[in-house]
Design a protein around this ligand. Sequence first.
Ligand code: NAD
Ligand code: MG
Length: 378
Amino acid sequence: MKKRVVVLGATGSIGESTLRVARALPNRIEIVGISGGQNVQRLLEIAREFPAARICTGDELGAATLRSELPGREVLHEADGLETLASTPEADLVLVAIVGTAGLKPALRALETDKDLAVASKEILVMAGEQVMATAERMGGRVLPVDSEHNAVFQCLEGQDLSAVKRLILTCSGGPFRKASAADLAMVTPEQALRHPTWSMGRKISIDSATLFNKGLEMIEARWLFNIPMEKIDVVIHPQSIVHSMVEFVDGSIMAQMSSTDMALPIQYALTYPDRYAGPCAPLDLASVRRLDFEEPRTDLFPALELARRAGTAGGTLPAVLNAANESAVEAFLAGRLSFIGIWESVDRAMNEVPFVQHPSLDELIEADHAARSIVVR
Ligand code: NAD
Ligand code: MG
């Protein structure tokens, strides 16, 4: 059966890998919707390649350009357009790969209109995991993880009983500063932080990988995706990024998922689940990898993991505050207005200062998100 897929964030790193999967599996995947932010030129090329797709762009001006280049095609724009695209009647699945929380409302809309959701944007599960999972449950839709760690856990859990799980072990490359000293960290520039050792990704997630907030966000993401308490979620540093994550069971058995460092694999598994096909991901040659290393994370120098554990354990508005403060701090760091260490400090400060609500509504979550951002830019 062909899956009809809407890709939100088609012009980004995950979006382009998704299109690579679609090109390799034309009998399995049909692209019926695409969105892009500011890169109108690339969106136009993608729209020409996938003529069945409805299109949504970042602003009115981009929409006017696309309409004049693609007469007869439906072109939407901005946040409302994203929600309309996410509810495309003929779609089976919506993949959300937009940076930050802009994908939250479209993700909820996709579930509410009876589609499965493939989530790359971890920020939306961190901010509103409870709401997203409850909506999926109510509507009978699936939430399929695209993030490589969660996709690995998802594969390891196939056919297993959750009550037999002792803990999830998320692997973490350690980022570009795995061996840095406290003095080195005080001097980090955006150029250094953007240079990830094993993955090529968008700017926001590359900085998150350098601070380890990426792994912190992933701990909270896992908590919601697999409905598992925070104390059963651990992180181990694995510099080769070959083991994408593991599940330890009560009998002492540990299952791991391995593959080359290519996001095409987890994307494909989410899109074709539960089926497997030969796709674009290169096979893994273990003999050329030669060794797999594992070590403890340095939580003293990288406080992101402990901040995330605190937020995920408390729940309520705290994960949304952590996420929003981090997003805002990363922007400030990339713009040269905040130091690298300032990212952790800003998140800690926002978590201490924004009033806590234990069972927030969606509006209260958005309010907490805004309050956290205003504390960071203050
Ligand atoms: P990216 O910056 O390469 O691409 C982001 C896409 O979203 C682009 O198409 C952009 O035009 C669009 N976009 C950005 N802001 C928008 C807004 N406000 N409204 C509408 N569209 C907007 O990012 P990426 O690396 O592809 O990451 C996307 C998401 O996937 C992030 O949440 C990231 O954490 C997650 N993720 C990425 C990877 C990876 O390997 N790149 C791995 C796991 C998870
Ligand atoms: Mg990941």
